[in-house]
Design a protein around this ligand. Structure first.
Ligand code: NAI
Ligand code: MG
Length: 485
């Protein structure tokens, strides 16, 4: 059952299988964005704590450690045990996620379900990352795929539990050890997951969780000389800092998932109601706070006016409010800063001449709620057309032919995802082949599956998560060449 008052059980840092205070003794508040009120104080980790976590993770990665000596099947079983504990605590996890993040309870519950599916998927990979045997004149050569070592994982607040699962899954499957920093806005589910990992039986040091802020705990991870790889999800600006830190320290491997400005293209032959619904969900799900949000809706000129009318009506009907209330589809934005940023984009859209068709304002003055907002007549050079808004603001553009459409779709710095809605297979495949995007969805959107790689072209990032490709982030290739004497 949804429990708006569920009290988090764990608030400290998780190092070497123990919950401990920060070395500094500091704590900070994590708040409920629906009320703006503090939920609870959590320990505030910094460099000293990251150092302890890395030392524990390094020990757990030693070639003679329990973790390294485990068979793949034992790792699989541990991961499945973790999944069954998540299943047991599903409603509790969803309840604290909704308190901490503000997403509707049903969506938080869905996030738990797909997080479990993701970990289950990767639990099957522990003995399937093969090397090659290579014909190489006169030698016997082979490659071995080896875990990179201690990995740092820095995640955002929009899908706190799911981003954890995306990062733990492949790292654990191949046998790495982990130092994770959840976002300062949403540390609660990661701490509960740490407790479940211990209960499942993961050896000490394999998983460590350090709550804290970016410039302190986050920077200590990205600059750490003993961390072999860092996986980051968040903003482009911080992605650059993380990559720079890797370059100037130990050249740790870097994978980045940095958001986007993804187009959803609707052709005139589409079923208009299906297209309106798909484009609406593509943008408004998770309050627009999604890296792959379909934030540029391009509609063919023949159906443009009708589409805009229906899209505005749909946005006006979207129920916003207490995320624990049934039928509420949109809760608050994550914090005051993000709400202010989104409202600033709405203002800039109006100033630059886009037509406001729905919403546009903050709701009330408690929590960080924004009306589902729709702009029509958006032009490609407007700020709302180029920059990531990360809020419930749909921008609708007009187009007339596919070649023009492809040019315009690609005319942004991002390249994470793209959607197209049409019954014309030739148009769909021409677009899919030509668009700069890591994922293309035809007649659907947001079909992010544990089995399929996900990541970005251009400023949207480096590397792929999920699927078989997701393992590559955590593996080194070793070539072993033998001469027969
Ligand atoms: P952010 O990039 O500041 O935060 C993401 C994570 O990075 C958090 O865990 C944060 O503590 C950490 N971090 C911050 N500074 C760091 C540093 N110097 N070194 C290492 N780690 C650091 O994102 P923020 O400020 O929460 O949101 C800003 C914008 O970023 C949003 O408006 C949105 O456009 C984008 N964003 C994209 C996400 C995605 O899914 N790709 C998720 C969250 C935000
Ligand atoms: Mg920030």
């Amino acid at each position: 059952m949804a429990n708006p008052n569920a009290l988090p059980k764990y608030t400290k840092l998780f190092i070497n299988n123990e919950f401990v205070d920060a070395a500094s003794g500091k704590t900070f508040a994590t708040s409920n964005p629906a009320t703006g009120k503090e939920i609870i104080q959590v320990a505030e980790g910094d460099k000293a704590d990251v150092d302890l976590a890395v030392a524990a993770a390094k020990k757990a990665f030693h070639r003679d450690s329990a973790w390294r000596k485990m068979s793949p099947l034992q790792r699989t079983n541990l991961m499945h045990k973790l999944c069954s504990l998540m299943e047991r605590d599903k409603e509790f996890l969803a309840s604290i996620e909704t308190q901490d993040n503000g997403k509707p309870y049903a969506e938080a519950l869905f996030d738990v379900t797909i997080s479990i599916m993701t970990l289950q998927y990767y639990a099957g990979w522990t003995d399937k990352f093969f090397g090659d045997t290579i014909p190489a004149g006169g030698f016997i050569a082979m490659t071995r795929k080896e875990p990179v070592g201690v990995v740092g994982q820095i995640i955002p607040w929009n899908y706190p539990l799911l981003m954890l699962a995306w990062k733990w899954g492949p790292a654990l499957a191949v046998g790495c050890t982990i130092v994770m920093k959840p976002a300062e806005q949403t540390p609660l589910t990661a701490l509960h997951m740490a407790a479940l990992a211990k209960e499942a039986g993961f050896p000490a040091g394999v998983i460590n969780v350090i709550n804290g802020f970016g410039p302190t705990a986050g920077a200590a991870i990205s600059e750490h000389p003993q961390i072999a790889k860092v996986a980051f999800t968040g903003s482009v600006d911080i992605g650059r800092i993380v990559m720079q830190a890797a370059a100037t320290t130990n050249l740790k491997r870097v994978s980045l998932e940095l958001g986007g400005k993804s187009p959803v293209v609707v052709f005139e032959d589409a079923d208009i109601d299906y297209a309106v619904d798909t484009a609406h969900e593509a943008l408004f799900s998770n309050h627009g706070q999604s890296c792959c949000a379909g934030s540029r809706t391009y509609v063919h000129e023949k159906i443009y006016d009708k589409f805009v009318e229906k899209a505005a009506a749909k946005a006006k009907a979207r129920k916003v409010g207490n995320p624990f209330e049934e039928n509420v589809l949109q809760g608050p934005q994550i914090d005051d800063e993000m709400m202010t940023k989104v409202l600033g984009y709405i203002e800039s859209g109006q100033k630059q001449g886009a037509k406001l068709q729905a919403g546009g304002k903050r709701i009330g003055n408690v929590g960080y709620f924004i009306e589902p907002t729709v702009f029509s007549d958006v032009k490609d050079d407007m700020r709302i057309a180029q920059e990531e808004i990360f809020g419930p603001v749909q921008s609708i553009f007009k187009f007339s032919c596919i070649d023009e459409m492809i040019e315009r779709a690609n005319n942004v710095n991002f390249g994470l995802a793209a959607g197209i809605i049409t019954n014309d297979i030739n148009k769909a495949m021409k677009f899919a082949n030509s668009v700069d995007a890591g994922s293309v969805w035809i007649n659907c959107y947001d079909a992010v599956l544990p089995q399929t790689p996900f990541g970005g072209y251009k400023h949207s990032g480096i590397g792929r998560e999920l699927g078989k490709d997701g393992l590559d982030n955590y593996l080194e290739t070793k070539t072993i060449t033998m001469k027969l004497l």
